[in-house]
Write a protein that binds this ligand. Sequence first.
Ligand SMILES: Nc1ncnc2c1ncn2[C@@H]1O[C@H](COP(=O)(O)OP(=O)(O)OP(=O)(O)O)[C@@H](O)[C@H]1O
Length: 809
Amino acid sequence: MTSEGLKLNFSTEEPAASAARPEAKRESRWDRRKDRKRQKLGHPARSQTQKYTQPARRPAHTPGVPSTAALAAHRLKGYALDLPDAVSPEAQVAAKHQPPGATRNLSGLQQDSLQEHDRQAPSPADSDDDILTAIRLSKQRDAAATEAAERNASRPAAAYEASDSDAYEADVPRSGRNGVITFPNAHKQRKPQKPAKHKDQAAQQALKRAKQGQQRARWTTGEFTHHIDVTPASGTDDVQASFEGLGLAASLAAHLENINFSAPTAIQRAAIPVLVSGRDATVKAPTGSGKTLAYLAPMVHDLMSQQPRLSRGEGTHALVLVPTRELCLQVFDVLALLLRRYHWLVGSVIHGGESRSNEKARLRRGVTVLVATPGRLLDHLENTASFRAHALKWAVLDEADRLLDLGFEQKIKSIFERLDERSAQLGDTRRQTVLLSATLHDRLGELAMLSMHDPVAIGFRDSKSAAKDLQANGHSKALEQMQQQASGGSDDDSSDHEGQLHIDGVEGGPHSDIPSQLRQSYIEVPARQRLVALAAMLRRCLRVPGRPCKVVVFMSSCDCVEFHHALLCGEGGSGPLAGDADMGEPPLLDAPLWKLHGNLTQDVRTRAFVDFGRCKRGVLICTDVAARGLDFPAVTHILQFDPPGEPSEYVHRVGRTARMGRAGEAFLFLLPSEAEFVGALEATGTVMHQLQLLPILGDLPLSPQQHSGKRAHSIENHPGAHTIQQTCMDAVSHDAALNQLASDAFRSYVRAYSTHPASLRHIFHTKRLHLGHTAHSFALREAPSMLGKSNTKNLARQRKLAQHKPRRK
Ligand SMILES: Nc1ncnc2c1ncn2[C@@H]1O[C@H](COP(=O)(O)OP(=O)(O)OP(=O)(O)O)[C@@H](O)[C@H]1O
């Protein structure tokens, strides 16, 4: 680094001479040249008033930002200038070599700023190239830094607490290697919405709005032009079909067979021909029915058959958006299997919690198929100039309902806006879009409208076939409710509803697609016995030693997961119920335990995801972060320790078992005051059986004295339950760390309880909770104060802040 390189003039003032110079003198050289050009083109010269009274069009100067003149002089001295990310070197070269007026291979934002420069600066033919480049760059920086400074001033502190894949870096100028000045986020500018200039434009906008309105209406009334029903929608059983017969290339079909996808499932039979034909589609099918392959196979078919062969240098051709990091990895695993045969197609994955610079390097080398979470993808679209997505041909929104639930709608809109801008530069905006979901969501239509063209709806059953199914399966309650809905108070019969599709949410009608082989039960557990009931239930599932058994336990908050994980096994197996090998005391649970929730580091999350996926026997305690889409092989039991927020969430949770025709069992714990929730679930077509708690407590270990004693006649005086509860309470009262975890878990449980939707508030209301009994279920002797912050959350927040800390010098 040269010493002079560091001596850049950061003066906040313009040089005195230039500031004092009269406006007329400062502009005259450029204006005279412009006038000469205008005259050559036959335009009149600008009037004197226009010329000399117009204020200079320089952007406001920002403190700490080197002035244009300083940068130009600096550049002429031969020092390096760092290009802002928004204008990549390739883009600059392309822009330089394109004829004036031609559409440049740059984003709308970059074009704007360069066109703005074109209007202001002399033509390259007339002047020194170096000065021009320096001026052009400094103008872009000046403008970006001014806007960034304004944005930072108005940015609330809460921006640091944004969702897991959100990026935040302060827009401070910083000095990098060799004294190069960089503005990390200087290019994060939003293109302002332009008002319609002409009548034609206004009319076009009105037409567009009207079309969107029509489309929205079609979605909300469920009138699709094209609709394919899928019954049955799971298993590979009934129809003799081959992947090749569905339109996939012979080589791909053979490859699928080699990697153990021998025959297509029902949803694949329905979706693959539609997608191979190039149509957009919305796909709804039960959990575990093979939706991932249903879109990946036609996508790979399309990409591998492109002639000439696609190369990674052309950038991204297909994009899969998923809601969670684990799902990213899972979809990528299937993709990698498919791409194994087509070495020229490169797949990759980007998601929150990973190093941005590694991801940038991968994107720079080129990725043909990208699997991503929305937050991180938007970050790269805005900040990674080398991310080429101009030729995008496929966009898939997997687990679309979850994307909506997690509030990604706005981010997805921004993503599509940016993708549209980029495709428009190539003049080709045609893109095939697929939207997949296992349950219905009232805002799916809006998501579909973002970029779909006349989509085929696959698996959205109409009311008649749903009614037939229900009748055949004896779901009289659900059928009654559905008929009431269908009549809607009018005398008109079902002919009106023929072909109509319900997209108004699972809870509104009989839409829950739960694999029929799944056995579902609920258990009424009083608050005081919840902890021992959990221990007993897990022991019951793991009853046969050595037999493969995988249990997923769902809880309502990260703190609850942390507490129960620590209690049942503890870090390194030292929890009060982890047993003591030295004393010959066996652990309460004869299986390893993992935890998975959003406040863990990415490493721990990935390790839990991979290890639990691979194990034959184990327990995963998790929040709803694992409820959607995750395909852990051979999960045998689902235990919903805390009830789900909504019936649709129930479907996703239980969908982690009984996949691909395998057997599975699901248990739901309910407080006696929550028993009404069973009715809400049954109204969606779910069939539940009640189990009694007392026999389940029978699975708890008893001491020899207890064995010889009287049999327990009630859950309150069950000797095994009493021992476990006392052991836990002693541990919590003596161990400060465990006590903190228990108090945090108690608070977060009560808070989570109050977030149930209004429609279920009559069942789940905090007023109905007995706080003393609830404290007992967290092994606390009395209810702690509701004031206090969660330690787990604080740690996660600190980690996130440290990650996003602006990197200075
Ligand atoms: N044609 C096939 N033959 C055999 N196995 C298949 C086939 N298609 C998918 N599978 C397997 O079925 C399992 C479930 O598939 P997938 O995860 O795609 O289901 P899904 O419908 O996306 O479920 P969810 O709604 O829970 O996300 C996976 O283990 C997958 O490997």
